[in-house]
Each structure stands twice: as C-alpha cells, then as structure tokens.
Write a protein that binds this ligand. Structure first.
Ligand code: MG
Length: 388
C-alpha cells in the first residue's frame, strides 16, 4: 500500500481519537495532513504535535490564539473557523478525508471535500441522512469513493467485496438494542442521561450513544444504508443482535447470506476505510467462538423504540423529511443530555417536527440548509411544551 495522506475532521471526538490510534500503529503507511476540532484545543494541540500534522483548524475562533501559540514552535499551520475547514480539505496534499464530526454541521465540509475529488471515509452519518441524494450524486459526478466507517455499513461493504456486482436482495442491519432493550416502557420513560450513556458494547461519542439508546441511531443508519448501497428502504431489515458480533449481513437473490463478524471495536471499520482495499494488522481483541457460545437475534420493538418507526416513515416520505427528522433529533438529544426533557420526549419532538415541516420533494442544497434551520426551530418550539 502506498502511503496515504489523511485529513481528520473532528479529530478530538471518539472516532477521531480511534482513527489516530489506527494511524499510530501504521505510521509508515499514513501521514496526518490536517486535523480539525470544534472546541477541544488542548487535545488538538497534543495530537498535532504527536502526528506532526501539516495544519490544524480550531472551529471555535476564540481559541485560535491558544492553539496558534502552542503550535507555532512546531511549524504547524493553524487556522480557525468552519470556512477554513472547507478551504483546507480541498488541498492538493490530502488523499482521504475522514468525516468524523457530529451532526448536520459536517455537511458543508463533506461537500467541499467531495467537490475537490477527495476519497471520503464517512463516519458522519447525519450528512447522508440529511442530504443523501445530493452527497451521493456529487460523489458520482466527481468520481469520489465514499468508504463507510460506521461499523454496520463497513460490514455491508466488506460483505459485498467479491460479489461481482450481484444484485442485493436484502440488507440485514444489526442493532445491539442499546442499554434498555430488556427494560419495560415505564422504566424506559424514567431513564436519565447517565443511564443512556452506558452502552453495553460500543465505545462511542455522547450523541451517538443516546441515539443508540433510543434506536434512532439504527434509524439514521437505515437511511445511510439506503444511500450508500442504493437500495430501497423496504429491502433493509433491522434485526436486534445484542452481542454486536455480526456487524451486518447482505442477502443475495439466491438466498445466500454473507455476514461480517468481529469483536466490537470501531478501530476495525475505521482502519478498513483508510486502508481499503488493503487489510492491515490491528491490535484488537479477536473472536473466540467457543467462548461466545451463542449469537441471538430478535425483531426490534418499535413500540418501545418509536424512533425506528419514525425513520422508516421519514425515508418512506423522502424529500427533505429525513433532514427534518435529523434536525429535530439533534435538538432533542441535546435537550435530553442537558436534563431538560425525558427520554420519550425525544421521539415526541421529532414526531411533531416531521408532522409540521413543509414538504420538498427534490431538495437542492439550499433547501436542505433551510429545512435544517426550520426543523431545528420547530423542534425548539415543540421542546418548550416538553420542558420539565
Ligand atoms: Mg453504527
């Protein structure tokens, strides 16, 4: 494998840190060109020094001085603000852009990278949920590969290697079921952010961990899969698999099912996206089948976890509705984390927002940005009714 020059957008978050751990193990194969962070200035500084980044961007402009002063002796270029991220990802010295920011805010820089012809290692699923048609259309136009980092989508992608373009009959999207899978509805209604942040299997950031607890994460992934693999939502089946050992499966027209398995560790799909089509060694835990004993599967309970039903509804209605759903979810998850609302209020707020938004059948980028802003405002209004 030839040396690859990497940009990590969101390097101080959970995916960004795990990506740097992958790179740490293969310093001869990867070079860190660009690191960006929203707020975590001190971690950004130490990452930039350790990996000898060419440039960094701190999005929060008030922290520019601090970062610039710390990195000046190391000859690392420092920029501030979102606009700088969009400018720098287009740079000629970058081969792969890992999009590891959280939420809709990652859309602009992802599009800038696609337009500049950079390979995308996509961890920011919200960009595909909000603007899947636009982003995948631009990627085709610019002949840019979108390599999935999300473990389920990486699994599907891995299962498709060597399928010689065979038609997919189905995707079996596995879900851990989150920490409340076995709880009853009354108990789930009372959960706190602390309860919800305890994910049984995966080590992830705060937003995705709450999404996992509501199962909205699986809803977002359903929409992500629809765009990444150009498959009808009705051909994507969610199956709860509490061990998170099978990371997803594909089924072909002859009924053959191919699965990808591994001990749950995000570094594996991150590394595969960065090294594809090569496979590299990794110091992760390997599977012990006899130790596992059994793998189990259940149908998802959409009554206990209405977020999944909302996502099927959103992708079924299409147009700008998934964007509105995502915007409302971002507002509601933040309010839940801040202790302002209860667990089921998250889905009530999303439902209210989706019901009220003006439908746009074929949204362009401007109307996606407009929908995001309008839906976030509508969600905040709905939020007021649910405040504790
Ligand atoms: Mg996932």
């Amino acid at each position: 494998m030839e040396k690859r020059r990497i940009a990590i957008l969101g390097s101080t978050g959970s995916i960004g840190r795990q990506a740097l751990d992958v790179i740490r193990q293969h310093r001869d194969l990867f070079e860190v060109e660009l690191l960006t962070a929203n707020n975590s200035s001190s971690l950004l500084i130490s990452q930039a020094i350790e990996f000898e980044a060419n440039a960094v961007v701190i999005c929060n402009e008030s922290k520019y001085r601090e970062v610039a002063d710390a990195l000046q002796p190391h000859m690392i270029k420092v920029f501030a603000g979102m606009k700088s991220v969009c400018d720098l990802v287009a740079g000629g010295n970058i081969d792969i852009v890992l999009t590891a920011m959280v939420g809709f805010s990652g859309l602009e820089s992802t599009i800038a990278a696609v337009r500049a012809g950079k390979a995308i290692a996509l961890a920011n699923k919200e960009t595909l949920v909000a603007a899947g048609g636009i982003v995948t259309g631009l990627a085709r136009e610019h002949n840019v590969p979108i390599l999935p980092v999300d473990s389920e989508h990486s699994a599907i992608f891995q299962c498709l290697q060597g399928s010689y373009g065979a038609k997919l009959a189905k995707i079996h999207l596995t879900a851990s079921g989150g920490p409340f899978r076995t709880w009853d509805k009354a108990a789930i209604a009372r959960v706190t952010p602390e309860d919800a942040l305890k994910h049984p299997n995966w080590n992830m950031g705060r937003k995705v961990t709450i999404d996992s607890a509501t199962m909205m994460n699986k809803g977002l992934e359903l929409i992500e899969a629809r765009w990444l693999f150009d498959i009808a939502p009705g051909q994507i089946e969610v199956v709860v698999h509490p061990q998170s050992v099978i990371h997803s499966m594909v089924e072909f027209e002859d009924g053959a099912v191919i699965a990808q398995l591994g001990h749950p560790d995000m570094r594996e799909p991150i590394q595969y996206a960065l090294s594809y089509p090569a496979r590299l060694s990794l110091d992760n835990r390997k599977l012990d089948f006899a130790g596992l004993g059994a793998l189990t599967f259940f149908a998802p309970d959409m009554e206990k976890f209405p977020a999944l039903a909302l996502a099927y509804e959103a992708i079924g209605r299409g147009g700008n509705i998934p964007c509105a759903m995502n915007a409302a979810n971002e507002v509601a998850v933040k309010a839940f984390l801040d202790g302002q609302i209860g667990f089921y209020d998250i889905c009530d707020i999303i439902n209210d927002t989706m019901a009220g938004v003006d439908f746009v059948k074929d949204p362009d980028l401007d109307s996606i940005f407009m929908t995001n802003a309008e839906a976030a405002a509508a969600a905040r209004e709905s939020l007021d009714k649910h405040l504790r």
